[in-house]
Design a protein around this ligand. Sequence first.
Ligand SMILES: N[C@@H](CCC(=O)N[C@@H](CS)C(=O)NCC(=O)O)C(=O)O
Length: 214
Amino acid sequence: MSNTHTADLTLYFAPRTRSFAALWLLEELGAPFQLESFDFATGRHKQADYLALNPMGKVPLVMDGETAVPEIGAMAIYLADRYGTGGFAPALTEDTRAAYLRWMFFASAIMEPAFAQKLFAWEVSPATVAWGSFEQMMDVLADGLADGPWLLGETFTAADVVVGNNLVFGQMIGIIPQDGPIGEYLARLKTREAFQRAEAIEVREGERFPVAAE
Ligand SMILES: N[C@@H](CCC(=O)N[C@@H](CS)C(=O)NCC(=O)O)C(=O)O
């Protein structure tokens, strides 16, 4: 895999959002990037030039030169392959690549809707919906962490950032416990220096753009 590409990265970011995942990953990779931070209240993410890059009108969005990389999962795979300098993603030829990709998709295809189900108390048949149920998702994740400390055992990868970011959000909204294998995994993630650097930026940007008073 080539890592010879010169980084020209810009992260479109808003505080208190899923864009923390991209910020944390970029800090893990140590790739230089520009931070384009904005307040949702400005509607920057709904302007035509932004929608041309990410038609969903959401953050995060990473630009690599002229190339738009929206969607956290895609972004994480792309950035880790391109700028991970041998770490953060198993090579295409490694057997663990399968588990790595599985966890990347687990984060967006299973965790995200399972969180929404829990939060909004949707009544759906686990056999019919793609994510099963919140409880099933939690059991499968806890089993996946049995050989820890990370999802791929001893090797920390970009999949830990993507899954971990969901857990950060889940804990914030009170649906992810502080204890047990998942809570302990999240506590381990939070001790990483890159997480703490990203958190400091998140706090700084949150202070620049505080929640508007009602
Ligand atoms: N599927 C997207 C989800 C991103 C997302 O939900 N972003 C929210 C903030 S957490 C957003 O930008 N919302 C603003 C809006 O839709 O107006 C991804 O994985 O990147």
